[in-house]
Design a protein around this ligand. Structure first.
Ligand code: FDA
Length: 313
């Protein structure tokens, strides 16, 4: 209950333009500014530098250029061009060829057919270069359309494409059956959005139970699944389930967010598990940052402490 109130509170704040303006001025100013804990920086060069540092620690990466909900076709096309440039920059840099993107950033609020075209353009550039492109899952408002677009492109033969399912949504176990039968790579997450009781589990225990059920199906029957969580208990259950079913650590990966549980990321990698870190960057970092605060309000102290430090320096 408390967790869902706090999630909702931070989602409301995420829409505040005043707060966004204020945070944008101070949150990224210096390498020690508060937003740097969870966001690699504002440019692709910042993200590539962060990725190199993660590679040195034995970790894999996926890059996410932050930007959600474009409101017209010109912005959607511009975002698509940005992605083509990002693919190029990643190839030049030599880091992992793996990106995550949100379809609302490619025009899903404006025009579904154009979003398909935009994603196809990105795939046509990225796939021949060996990229994997993951469609992040946004709020339930987008679930049907995200899965439909994913399937349209899959049926066209695009295999460097995968998607995310949220354990919090009651429908996800059904969606998982469908995606497994197609052979799609799934990233399993708990779900970062506030959703209605009618469509989503509200209690953490119910979300965790759904996550565990889906993890078991993915490990046993999935296609190189990604178990994306920082939850020690879920990670331990995944390790045990995989070992019991003879699924070796090269047949799935753990994924975690940049700046969250760095200790755990390194520990798993040291034990020969594949760990991919989700590296977000870009000027529009505020909504992403607020979702991270909503997941763990204790992070607010971290923000306040770093603001006080900046004030003094
Ligand atoms: P849970 O919330 O139970 O946290 C377990 C423990 O992890 C906490 O006790 C704490 O120690 C640590 N922790 C968790 N969040 C933290 C934070 N913000 N700061 C510090 N510590 C924290 N969601 C979505 O709806 N669509 C998506 O596409 C994605 N994509 C995605 C990719 C990757 C790689 C990850 C790891 C996560 C996502 N998510 C997501 C977010 C996901 O839905 C979920 O909100 C967060 O991962 C937090 O849930 P946990 O599974 O970590 O468990």
């Amino acid at each position: 209950m408390l967790a869902s109130i706090s999630k909702h509170f931070f989602h409301v704040l995420a829409r505040s333009r005043t707060l966004q303006g204020l945070a944008s001025r101070v949150g990224m100013r210096k390498p020690t500014s508060f937003a740097r804990r969870f966001i690699a920086g504002e440019t692709i060069d910042d993200a590539i530098a962060a990725a190199r540092a993660l590679h040195e620690r034995g970790l894999l990466v996926t890059l996410d250029h932050l930007g959600e909900n474009v409101t017209n076709l010109a912005e959607a096309d511009a975002a698509t061009r940005d992605y083509l440039g990002i693919v190029e920059a990643i190839v030049q840099s030599g880091i992992d060829r793996n990106i995550s993107l949100k379809l609302s950033g490619l025009g899903l609020d404006v025009d579904k057919a154009r979003t398909v075209d935009n994603l196809r353009q990105v795939l046509e550039r990225a796939e021949p270069a060996g990229f994997f492109v993951r469609l992040d899952m946004e709020s339930s408002h987008y679930t049907d359309r995200t899965l439909e677009i994913m399937e349209t492109l899959w049926q066209e033969g695009h295999r460097g494409l995968g998607v995310v399912l949220q354990a919090a949504l009651r429908r996800s176990e059904r969606d998982l059956q469908r995606l497994n039968s197609l052979g799609v790579r799934v990233r399993l997450v708990k779900g970062a959005y506030t959703e209605a009781r009618s469509i989503a589990y509200q209690k953490k225990a119910d979300v965790d139970a759904a996550f565990e059920r889906m993890m078991k199906v993915l490990i046993a029957e999935g296609h190189y699944p990604a178990i994306a969580t920082h939850d020690d208990v879920m990670i331990e259950k995944t390790r045990r389930w995989a070992a019991q079913h003879g699924v070796t650590p090269d047949r799935f990966e753990f994924q975690m967010l940049y700046g969250v549980r760095r200790d755990l990321q390194s520990r798993l990698a040291a034990n020969n598990y594949r760990v991919r870190v989700y590296v977000p960057y870009g000027r529009q970092w505020f909504p992403y940052f607020m979702r991270r605060l909503g997941e763990r309000p204790a992070n607010l102290w971290f923000v306040i402490r770093s603001l006080l430090r900046e004030e003094r320096s």
